[in-house]
Design a binder for this molecule. Structure first.
Ligand code: MN
Length: 502
């Protein structure tokens, strides 16, 4: 089974009736071979499904309507083996509601220099068939990704695969329900937003639930299930002595396990993919969910603290996109800096709720006081993130639209062990430098909360932004403050105009 094998991407080849049966038979055979080649690629996590070659407007429209109405189909790849006059595609492309990738390739990699004749040229003419097709894509103003190169090239398959991951992320967004326990942290601006506009832009449904109902569910968890989960903690992690049987804090770990069980039951029963809580609304809970939020994330759920539903959803969407890839994805928060001019770094963490999938080592289970929230000491997993390239991503509500902001970063080891900081910790060097990254991040109005991922790179987020039509600003190795500021200004104008009058 492929990592995202429950999903399909349809491979649609354009041609026209006038070529005659022999050529069209060859077109069908070749396009089948390409679809099979992509389907067999290790870089592509979904099923690539070949569809019969479309040769006239009726067949094109029917294929696009069928793709749009199939819930398994997350996107469509188009390619024109031959010429396929593009006015034939207008109705179909207007009806298509799925993400579109235009694969500009040809069946043969090499030109048969000494053998080539006019028949060969007529059969293998993507070089101009795809130009005709792309003209109508441009004329219709379609959001799409264009990938050019031979279909057997690893880099081409990789880019197609990344796009299929983004398409699965979009599918997930359109099916995602976020459960909120309590509201946003009072007076905080960046975690707020218009949930109706958000659902219109991404499809995600965000709704609130009572924390006291959760508290009642916690009380009702049978002890046998609690003991079973605690045994799993002891098997999976290194548990500090005070939490082990007979230890003075044992009851706190049982309580943490009760909270985890009640939360998971709630998520499963309601079909939720992400959740938020906040330390300001904890009626009925004895401790702020720590290990519960961490382990639910490790299972694939999204999480946002302080009511941050946009981050919760982003964590879930990226976890779906990156299924089967190494590295992990977590809620993250920019916390504090190391500002040595020769060694500038960011320390990211949270009060409790960082996901252990971003670590390469076995976490500890520990209990420590939490100064905020006025509740009992919470149990949490403690670890350092692994090292290497990663990405922090944030979605914010700018009032009239949403903005996605991402920074390419390099996770590095801490300079010294941080034994007195008992949380999930990540240290990184943002690209291109801390000062440029921070100046750009602040210019864009980005949040302190992010989704940190080691599993997908910026291309997946770029593809996702393209599919949703939402602004994306990227801070990377080549970013300059002056260039970034201009991009922000230009985008303000572009998105204002693109939205039009309503
Ligand atoms: Mn926070």
């Amino acid at each position: 089974m492929k990592p995202l094998g429950e999903f399909e991407v349809w491979f649609l080849t354009g041609s026209q009736d006038l070529y005659g049966d022999d050529v069209l038979r060859q077109v069908a055979e070749n396009s089948k071979a390409i679809a099979a080649g992509l389907d067999g690629s290790e870089s592509i996590p979904v099923n690539i499904v070949w569809k019969p070659v479309v040769k006239n407007p009726e067949a094109i429209l029917a294929a696009c309507v069928e793709a749009s109405s199939s819930d398994k189909c997350v996107g469509v790849i188009t390619w024109c083996h031959t010429f396929s006059p593009a006015k034939m595609w207008i109705a179909g492309l207007q009806a298509l509601t799925k993400p579109l990738l235009h694969l500009h390739t040809q069946f043969n990699r090499d030109l048969p220099w000494t053998e080539i004749d006019m028949d060969f040229m007529n059969l293998n003419q993507a070089a101009h068939g795809d130009r005709e097709f792309a003209h109508i894509e441009a004329r219709l103003g379609l959001a799409r990704k264009t990938v050019a190169g031979h279909w057997q090239e690893a880099s081409v398959q990789q880019r197609v695969g990344t796009w299929t991951r983004a398409a699965c992320g979009l599918w997930e967004a359109k099916h995602l329900r976020v459960a909120r326990f309590g509201d946003n942290m009072r007076n905080v601006a960046v975690t707020e937003g218009d949930k109706v506009s958000y659902q219109m832009a991404f499809g995600v449904a965000v709704n609130g639930f009572s924390v006291s109902d959760l508290g009642d569910a916690v009380l009702a968890v049978p002890i046998a299930r609690v003991n079973e989960l605690v045994a799993e903690y002891e098997k999976t992690y290194s548990v500090v002595p005070s939490l082990l049987a007979g230890g003075k804090d044992r009851e706190s770990m049982l309580e943490a396990a009760r909270i985890e069980i009640a939360l998971r039951d709630f998520m499963v029963a309601g079909g939720f993919g992400a959740l938020t809580d906040t330390f300001e609304n904890l009626d009925g809970l004895k401790q702020l969910p720590g290990i519960a939020a961490q382990r639910l994330q490790a299972e694939g759920y999204g999480f946002g603290p302080e009511g941050d539903w946009k981050t919760a959803a982003m964590v879930r969407i990226v976890k779906v996109m990156s299924k089967g890839l190494p590295g992990g994805t977590s809620l993250m928060e920019d916390y504090t800096y190391h500002l040595d001019p020769k060694d500038q770094k960011i320390l990211g963490a949270h009060m409790l709720e960082v996901c252990p999938t971003i670590s390469d080592k076995k976490p500890n289970v520990e209990i420590h006081p939490l100064g905020i929230g006025g509740k009992a000491d919470p149990v949490r997993l403690v670890f350092d993130a692994g090292t290497g390239p990663a990405l922090v991503v944030n979605i914010m509500d700018m009032g009239d639209r949403f903005r996605i902001l991402a920074n390419e970063i390099d996770l590095v080891p801490p300079n010294k062990a941080m034994d007195k900081l008992p949380v999930g910790r990540a240290v990184w060097k943002p690209r291109p430098s801390l000062s440029t990254s921070a100046e750009c991040w602040l210019t864009a109005g980005g949040s302190h909360h992010t989704c940190l991922t080691r599993a997908v790179d910026i291309e997946a987020i770029t593809d996702f932004a393209e599919m949703t039509g939402v602004e994306l600003l990227v801070i990377g190795a080549d970013t300059t403050v002056s260039g970034f500021k201009k991009e922000v200004r230009w985008n303000e104008a572009y998105y204002h105009l693109a939205r039009g009058l309503r």
